[in-house]
Design a protein around this ligand. Structure first.
Ligand code: ADP
Ligand code: MG
Length: 460
């Protein structure tokens, strides 16, 4: 990459925003010395430039630089005579990684996109997520050495993103490793941008910056990898990124709403790589975990009133498994009580406050897997069978019923349901749903079975 071209591009933009006096005074004699380890070293002519630029223009410079390169550079301003010293310091800090922790840390405020709110301390552990939690913690304590990659999957709202940020925050707190969190959508956008043509016709290699951003790190956290499906070139690039980091023993952490095998739209070579380390399923929270989460959220929200146990029980048995909805219900309940003039929170008030919330939430609360499980149990077949392509009628009939219930009780589309049933064509699902709908009308026994199953699933 050509540093002079890059710097003159940045200066061009800065020039547009300043008076020519300011520009000439502060910028005309500057030079981009090098880009390394997410740091941009800029040489300035005098000490006064250093101070003035830092105090007044560092945000502007960083913004332009990171905009153009799509990276997370931090700024280091140097006088020419300081270069040698700085190089020595870098060399030393590389060698005494930990001894010199404070110094190193202050030098590496790279933007890792981590949300400080999500840490291990406020992640509540129960049976459904304890394996995921333990795996996450051991990766956090030992990045690159324990499980690589760590692949977390489960339905929406079960705490995947929270755990991933917790890992990143933990690593940053306890080491000087560089962590980058992105969603797969962000990765895709960065890659597309990296391939754009430069409008000014300069020979400018954006892809170098992209590679620098994604390969010059110790930990890559990539959220919701399922959205990379369908983006062939981004997948290819991710494949290379993965190999590069993996071969250097850099930690990779991936999340998805489904298991690697079910990521049908991803290339095989990616899917197999995802299973090289540890694959962990995070399950919907059990009742006791839900009540605990509710209680902690109430405490964390600094809510003065005690919320009675029967209210907590009511919420826990009617809302979820999406933890986001549990949180939403607490917020709503508290807001409702406030609007009613600080009325005491009772079960009656809760039922009233959450009326719409609960009936609206029903669609989301019955996920496809739960329905498959309940229907399989009822017909005494295995969940694997109900999800398989087997055609014998003792399996295909329950399967059709399960598909019908998925359509009736969740918000999932036909194609999504088809994927959950062994990747069938979505017209098969449409056909099954229609068939059961028609049969219920004429077959009282079947209608009763469906009613019973709906009760078990929890809608009626
Ligand atoms: P996902 O990424 O699986 O869709 P998130 O991590 O975004 O889910 O979680 C949704 C919300 O629920 C977040 O606010 C998160 O903090 C909270 N949450 C989920 N699981 C837990 C848990 N076990 N303890 C505390 N908060 C949780
Ligand atoms: Mg998420």
């Amino acid at each position: 990459m050509n540093l002079n071209v890059l710097w003159s591009k940045i200066l061009d933009q800065i020039k547009d925003e300043l008076t020519s006096l300011s520009y000439n005074t502060w910028f005309s004699d500057t030079e981009l010395y090098k880009l390394e380890n997410n740091r941009a070293y800029i040489i300035v002519p005098m000490a006064i430039h250093k101070k003035h630029l830092l105090d007044n223009y560092s945000d502007l410079i960083i913004q332009k630089l990171n905009d153009i390169t799509d990276s997370n550079y931090e700024l280091i301003l140097l006088l020419k005579e300081e270069i040698k010293e700085e190089e020595k310091k870098i060399e030393q800090s590389k060698q005494t990684e930990y001894n010199n922790e404070k110094d190193v840390k202050s030098n590496s405020v790279v933007n890792s996109n981590l949300n400080k709110k999500y840490v291990f301390d406020n992640f509540i552990v129960g049976n459904s997520n304890k394996f995921a939690h333990a795996a996450a913690l051991s990766v956090a304590e030992n990045p690159g050495n324990m499980y690589n990659p760590l692949f977390l999957y489960g339905n929406s709202g079960l705490g995947k993103t929270h755990l991933m940020h917790a890992i990143g925050n933990y690593i940053i707190e306890n080491s000087n490793k560089k962590v980058l969190y992105v969603t797969s959508e962000q990765f895709r956008q960065d890659f597309v941008k990296a391939n754009r043509k430069d409008d000014k016709g300069t020979n400018f290699n954006y892809i170098d910056f992209f590679k620098d951003k994604y390969r010059n790190i110790d930990v890559l956290i990539i959220d919701d990898i399922q959205f990379l499906g369908g983006a062939a070139q981004s997948q290819q690039e991710f494949f290379h990124t993965f190999n590069n980091l993996y071969n250097d023993s850099k930690q990779i952490i991936i999340s998805s709403d489904r298991s690697p095998t079910d990521l049908k739209l991803l290339e095989d070579r990616l899917r197999t790589r995802f299973t090289w380390g540890l694959t962990v399923n995070i399950y919907p929270p059990e009742y006791s975990l839900k009540t605990e989460i509710l209680k902690k959220k109430i405490i964390a929200g600094n809510f003065e009133q005690d919320i009675p146990d029967d209210v907590i029980e009511y919420i826990a048995s009617n809302i979820g498994p999406d933890v986001r909805q549990l949180e939403g219900s607490v917020t709503r309940l508290i807001a409702y009580s406030a609007i009613m003039g600080g009325e005491k929170i009772t079960l009656d008030l809760a039922i009233e406050a959450l009326k719409d919330f609960i009936s609206k939430g029903i669609g989301e609360k019955n996920d496809v897997h739960r329905i498959q499980k309940i229907v399989s149990e009822y017909f005494q077949i295995s969940v694997e069978d109900i999800r398989s392509k087997k055609r014998s009628s003792n399996i295909s009939f329950p399967r059709q019923i399960a598909m019908y219930l998925c359509r009736a009780m969740t918000n999932e589309s036909f194609p999504k349901i088809a994927i959950e049933f062994g990747g069938k064509d979505h017209s098969t699902v449409m056909y099954s749903v229609e068939k059961i709908e028609n049969e219920i009308k004429v077959n009282k026994d079947l209608a009763n079975i469906i009613e019973k199953l709906k009760k078990d699933i929890g809608i009626v």
